[in-house]
Write a protein that binds this ligand. Sequence first.
Ligand code: A2P
Length: 347
Amino acid sequence: MAIVGATGAVGTRMIKMVEESKLHVKSVKMLASKRSAGTKVKYNGEELTVEETTPDSFDGIDLALFSVGGSVSKKFAPEAVKRGAVVIDNTSAFRMDPDVPLVVPEVNSEALKEHHGIIANPNCSTIQMVMALEPIREKYGLSRVIVTTLQAVSGAGNRATQELLDESRASLDGKEYKPEVLPVKGDKKHYQQAFNVLPQIDVFEEDGYTHEEWKMIHETKKIMCGGDMNSDDIQVTATCSRVPVPVAHSESVYFDVLDKNATVEGIRDAIRNFDGDILQDDPDNQIYPQPINAEGKKDTFVGRIRPDQENKGSFHLWNVSDNLLKGAAWNSVEIAEYLDEMDLLRV
Ligand code: A2P
């Protein structure tokens, strides 16, 4: 197999997830850009040399996990498939392509059967939200979702995390710091993230929504409504913000269920019994999900479940998950495990 982007924030976690996985891996090729060719990364205690990614890097590869920029995926993923590899891509490059399944294995693994070589890993904030909502949808039906995210800086890559740390130190020392990465590396302006909240993730698009917000809307529908990114079976709207947290996103989710007899205890039970979710919901003992406790874990943590006092069938929940693991590296490796189990690890 190959890991493309093996030196990045997600790529380094992918290596760890592959080490811990059930996959029968013969060898792993570590790929990145020319910049880091020749550097070493560790895999199962062994030092492996990072190579520059070229089309020929994929000769003899059965499975390629990509975590690079969208333009790099667009260039190399089809080359990998041409050479017989199944690609699991972590960027938004192919997510809305009707021929590309967008998969969270616990929610829609059946969609894997339709793959033609490329499988897309959803956006991190979408993954943890559908993980929290799917058991509720299965039990009570779901008609509307309103989400506000509080996202960690590592979602914007290693440079963004470094910027938050340097900026925090500079701010405490009363020194000047000129941000160059956040909120969006390629955008016109950069703002201080340390001790601040930025209501912008990714660039602005139509109707005043950011690309991240549109991703949450369309990806949630594609995953939960049988592949239809424009379905109106579930209404979804989102506000995405970045908070000064290194790892693990939090989300405040307000939702309407179809079954108006749904109860908080029933929702708790559904979440408790869903693979990959952990219920942390005990207000009397101040138990609720928090980013610092979720970092390094593969699960989605759910709590603060409570009813809207004025609208029957409407509820709030709070969910937290490691954006680099279930939100990215672990979900990708888990897709690979499902493909293997379903005998679909071939083009
Ligand atoms: P490199 O370390 O050589 O720049 P992050 O999300 O943390 O910014 O990481 C991005 C990952 O994508 C890194 O591993 C980076 O490698 C890799 N990458 C960036 N550009 C390319 C490219 N043109 N070809 C292959 N890998 C790339």
